[in-house]
Design a protein around this ligand. Sequence first.
Ligand code: AOF
Ligand code: ZN
Length: 404
Amino acid sequence: MRMALRLANRGIGSVEPNPAVGCIIVKDGRIIGKGWHKKFGGPHAEINALQNCKTLGVNPRGATMYVSLEPCCHYGKTPPCTEAIIAAGIAKVVAATIDPSPHANGAGMRQLREAGIEARTGVCETEARLLNAPFIKFAATGKCWVILKWAQSIDGKVAYARGSLFTAEHAESAEKELLKLDLDSASSAVSAVKSFNPRWISNEPSRKDAHKLRRRVQGILVGVNTVIADDPLLTARPARGKKPIRIVLDTHLRIPLTCQLLNTARKVPVLIVASEAAVKANLEKTDKIAQQGAELLPVRASEGRCDIEFLLEELAKRGVAQLLVEGGPTVLTSFLKAQLADEICVYVTAKILGSQSSLGVSEPMGGLGAAVSLHYIDVKRFGDDIRLTGLTEGGLRQISTARR
Ligand code: AOF
Ligand code: ZN
């Protein structure tokens, strides 16, 4: 099963919002077929593993199948795997966990048993549910899996203070000054200045990894302050066919009409979320936003904040099974305080930014009792940066089998 899970893992980044699934077929103590779900809409893991037996010229009749998710028994984009398993004469199916989707939820296992196949679940179940946590949550509850992501210095700073934000113009004038000095070291100083970009606290390998994360999700959300300060594009690069919807939380409709998001709204969808009052009060601006090809979603707001829970429901209806929240501090804190985050992904860079960079990641959480602890921590190194990921209590609850 561990091998099946490792195979499944290869599909992460290509199969979403479907689950990543791996499958191993064993006969007489020997592996006779392997397969995994490679791409959204493509053949399922079980079908690929059965095909692999065929390619290798081994008959799977009487074999045992280890699969990381309950086989499907419905007609989706592909025909049911259960039928193929029954037709192939598999004797035993071991699935890591049930698929909680309404079209499955045990029906696949039942169908196998009714066909005389020995079928059981519950092997490496936690690992399997962790691997597909977003899918499990969305399938079971219809709610999207929320990932908060940010990059920070060791001292927990996420950006330089607004007043000292280093812009392209700063870089240009600094370059001129340096060249005027006509020193031997001027050219390397110039390249250091050019490559310095306060928007990017983390290094290049980390940023590449963050784009991989963007390819996994169906929506990427930021607050309007991030748009004003950084003018981000919020696309996955390279896109590999993925175009997650870009969402801006903009209660008072402050988004600059010239920003990159609006300029590219016809290529990759943009949703601006504003309070009903702000929409009514800015009809001219809302027209302009619509003309640029972006969509405006008016929502209820209280104390100057949009109703995020309502927004999440709306996004789930649009098929957003995984939402990536990329900041800034106000938005990240809102999600944490409302206990709406399932997973946290933080890149920590080996820098100490000190007090000139005043923005911490969050506002007070309300006493130590309100601290957010993470579970199932994973730590990975990207050059001198480290990435720390973990599940919140809420995320943990989603993958636990106890509540079902
Ligand atoms: C996958 N890959 O290996 C397995 C899945 O639309 P379809 O035909 O691709 O069906 C998708 C559903 O099939 C999915 O939501 C899940 O319930 C089930 N199992 N899906 O994409 C796989 N085994
Ligand atoms: Zn299937």
